[in-house]
Every structure is written in structure tokens, then in C-alpha cells.
Design a binder for this molecule. Sequence first.
Ligand code: UDX
Length: 436
Amino acid sequence: MRISVIGCGYLGAVHAAAMASIGHEVVGIDVDQHKIDALSRGEAPFFEPGLPELLAEGIESGRLRFTTDIAAAAGAQIHFVGVGTPQQAGRYAADLTYVNAALDSLLPYLRPGDVVAGKSTVPVGTAAELATRVAPTGATLTWNPEFLREGWAVQDTIDPDRLVLGVPSGAAGERAAQLVREVFYPAVDKGTPFIVTDYATAELVKVAANAFLATKISFINAMAEIAEVTGADVTQLADAIGHDERIGRRFLGAGIGFGGGCLPKDIRAFAARAEELGKHESVTFLREVDAINLRRRDRAVQLVIDALGGSVFGKRVAVLGAAFKPHSDDVRDSPALDAAVRLHGLGASVVVTDPQAVENARRVHPQLSYALDRDDAVRYADAILLATEWDEYRREFAPAHASSLTHGRIVIDGRNALDPATWRSAGWTYHGMGRP
Ligand code: UDX
């Protein structure tokens, strides 16, 4: 099938490459010339395991190409729109500028029978509005939310755990659903749930999923706050409640909290949309979810201050991790970088390291010092803050080796990723998040 993918960021680039890998003829389109040049050379403009191989394979096969020219969308039967919907400056609502611009630029190239599949995370009600603009072309708008996780994006795109599609009622919607089914044939053939629904439900599925995940993380972080004043251990608590299948252990990782380009802005946009709909009380709890999450960053910083005797001024602090989570170079709303910036503001000499995200972090926060190498980062440090649980820091970092490099023997484990007993027995003062 001939496919166009508009927007070649984390979502679109992976989607385009994945579609080519399952046999479609794909053109990826983006306004950013640098991104397009890199992708055309088979280089991923961001770190995503498996993507470079998929790009190389697609380009080599001739099924995958990239361009800045939107006219290249002409002739595709299905057009995926995967542009960003960031938080508006100074507001909680989502910024739909890129979605609107992408659609406007696509309209002249749509033919009757074409399908437009929106993948961007949008406020509920957006698709219905966009559909009125698509209608005069004879094409059909559908909404196909994306649930991929950075770091696992290739796998999540090729083999998703469910497919959701919002369609208009009637024959056009049914035809569009059939076409989308054919596009995703490998997943559909193996029995992946394919939920065809209305626009509003499809839009809400995405924000509801992210709101639920964020709530689960903040729930366990709230328990961490209680654990901290009672001497309980939140990691054992999470293990114990996680054995209940109705609860499950995943996303009960207490620590410095969630960040990234999705969870924080999606819960805020959801709250803003609910308010517009006159239903702010239905999601008031999301404000609390957000507040708990941000308090954990304060807590991590406070732990460093307390561990260093009440002030970090003039102290050297190594921050392990800059990405918002491992297996990603994404520093958008990264709790790790936020903590590093705050410690720097309090007068600490902060050295940040990350296996993948140093360049991105440096661009956003040039005032911090960076080390490409973990050992260089911790050398002479008075304290270490583990902020992103890469294996290099959690499994492959022996306390005896750390002791040979650092000045102090203080480790603050912002992800509860280290074994406290191992570090303590090596002479370190260990502080976890919600652990005694
Ligand atoms: C998320 C959703 O998981 C995905 O389905 C959606 O499509 C996009 O948003 P992503 O932003 O890639 O994906 O990251 P995710 O793996 O969900 O982690 C989000 C944040 O939560 C990270 O900062 C992570 O460190 C944090 N987290 C996750 C915790 O603090 N504790 C946990 O137990 C799990």
C-alpha cells in the first residue's frame, strides 16, 4: 500500500520505518530539513534502539523515502499524521498549531477515498472538527492513537498490544476501517485487538491510558511519602501489592517521578480540556497526580542537601542520567535534569552524565557541566544522585569501584534502582526514595 507519514519525530519516523518494514511503500514528510536529510541517509535523528537498522533496510529496499515536500503525499492511499502537540506556552492546554498546519498542507493532495489517520495526541473533539475540513476532498478522517513507548518504539509499532481507530459512522467509516486493518495486517492477522470506535472514544483512549499510567506512578510515589515518615519501604510495598493481579507491579516504580514528552503534558492537556467541557471536577485528581510527581523532584533535591549537611554550596554532585528514562535520549521535562538544574542553582558544582542524552541536555542547559563517561562524572564527587536507571548505573556500577573515584561516599538513589545493602556494606551512605 502507498502510505504517507506527516511528521517525522519520535512517533512519525518510527511509524514510517515500521510501515516500510512490513512491506508498504512509504514517504515520510517533515518541515525540518535537517531531520529529513538525516533520515534520508538512514540516520535516526534521535536515539531509538532498532530504528537505524529499520531505516537502512527501508531505504535500501526502495520502499522508504523522506522529503520536505508535502506534494509527495499525493497518490498515497493513507496519510498518517504524527506531528507534535506540545503544551502551550504559559497554559496547560495542548498546542494544535502543528496538527492544523499539517492538515492544511495535506488537503490539496487528498483524493476521494483516501484515508487520513491522525496519530497525534489531541484534545477530545479535535478529530470531529478536523473531519469537517477533510470532508470536501472526499477523503475520510480517522483517529488512530499511538501507544508507543520511547526506547521500545519499534517493537510497539510493529507489534502493538492493541490498535484503536476512531471512524465516522456509516459506509465511509467502515471502508476506512477496512483499509487501516489492511495496513496493519501482520498485527491484525495474529489477533491483536483492533477496536473500531467513534472519534471521541479514540481520542480519549489515548489520554485516559496516559492519565492512568501517570496516576499509578503518583499513587506509589504518594505511598513513598507516607513510607518516609513511617519507616516503611515503598519498594517492598509495591512488590506486595503488585502480586495482586488486579493491581500489577508495572508502573509502581517509586522514585523521582515521571517526565518526558507525553505523560506530563498529556495529563495537563486533559485537565484543561475537561475544564473547557465544564467537567473539571472529573479530573481534579490529575492536578494532585501532577503535584505529587513534582514533589518527588523536590524530595530528591532535599535528600542531596540533607546528605551533604544542609547545603550543597561548593559541593560536587554527580548526576547519573539526563534522559527522562533509560533507552532514550529525550530530555523533555526530564526529572533528572530538573534536579540537576536545581542543585546547580543552589551553588553545587554539578556534573551530569548520560549514555545517550548529554548532547540534548547540553543544548537545553548549557550552564551545567557534562561528562560523557560515568567515571569522569563521579570523580571527586561529594555525592552521587542516580536519576535515570540506565544499566550502566544500576547494574554495572560496583560501589568498590565508585569508592576509588569519589570524594564522598553518599549515594542518593532517585530511582530505587540500587541494592541498599550492597552499597552500605561498601561504606556508602545510601538514601532511596521512600525507603528507610
Ligand atoms: C508513555 C506511555 O507509556 C506510552 O504508552 C505513550 O504512547 C507515551 O507516553 P513514554 O513517555 O515513552 O511513554 O515513557 P514511559 O515508559 O511511560 O515512562 C514515563 C515516565 O514515567 C518516565 O520518566 C519513567 O521514568 C517514569 N516511570 C515509569 C516511573 O517513574 N515509574 C514507573 O514505574 C514507570
